[in-house]
Write a protein that binds this ligand. Sequence first.
Ligand SMILES: [Mg+2]
Length: 392
Amino acid sequence: MKITAIETFVCHARMRNWVFVKVVTDQPGLYGWGEATLEWHTRSIVAATEDLAELVVGEDPRRVEHLWQMMWRQHFWHGNGIVRSTAIAGIDIALWDIIGKIHGVPCHQLWGGRVRDFIRLYCHLGGGNLESFYETPVDNAKQFADLAQKAVADGFTAFKSMAVPPTMPIEGLKPLNAAEACVAAMRDAVGDDIDIMVDCHARPSPAMGLKFATALDPYGLYFFEEPCWPESIEGLATINAAVTTPIATGERMTHLAAFRDLFTARGCEICQLDLTHCGGFTEARRIAALADAYRIALAPHNPQGPVSTAASLEFGFSQTSYIICESVHDDVPWRSEIVTEGYELDLKTRTVKPNQKPGLGVEISEEAVKAHPFQQEVPQRVFYEDGSVGDW
Ligand SMILES: [Mg+2]
């Protein structure tokens, strides 16, 4: 059995170009789907996938670990840069889809069978709509509350908000008060039975992240995400030690050794590895095993396309420490035209029952993708009041 081609399909989904990766074999009808979406890097990802294809076309797709080692280590440069690690992930996920199809079982069955009966989904405020999630100003606490109620009316028992504004390395009380007002308004609107998450997008410095985390600690957030740059592991560890709110991070980390450093410093309680950025299932399973040694929970980052979601769910049904699946359902109105999914979604409770189909259980409509060719992603840039550069 041989890999004969690796193809990429770019589908413009407004905020992102979804990059679907198809690994084709010499067996009639046997191929796998992966995803390698990386916002504002779409051309690089397509090119990086072409470079990797040189290594693996002609090889046996059943030797997934061996191929992963080739993609990570060969031609001198390791696969730890974000573009390369994302391209590796796209191929790796597709290879596991192929293995599931060969054996006629869902991916989670390959890794020891399902460890739970269902998975809970959480949404972004606005369901993934760019403006609702990213552009609701923090001085509009009422809009946060309204969007929170809408999420609950849509069946979600957990949602994420961007209630922490961009701040310069040091600022005074104003942004803290604004963030607290938003979180208080959301808590008032939905009560204590709903789980609220706040994503800082690594906007704060460690000092500001600590102030925000402390101010929001009394509101019982389910988790507080990226309170400072991922490069600042000591900052993450300081914040995680200072509050009872669990700190979540990891979406920008691309390999096992980076997670080792994060876990050793106890920089988080929730590991948000991204299956499409950290080298795919093969590396993610190693990261998950390491997280288990620290009793750190898993909540993979997943705001991308439908193959990424299917991958997160297959992973979640095989990992005991997986707690919740990030989901986007309202980013583009034609999302469901692109994909057929194998899992069963209960819209009333926003929970998912396991996929029964082989592999990831997804089929991408290549025809439907053609209707949404590449366009430059919507730019998202932040400048502070004085004109200096900030983090989005
Ligand atoms: Mg995030």
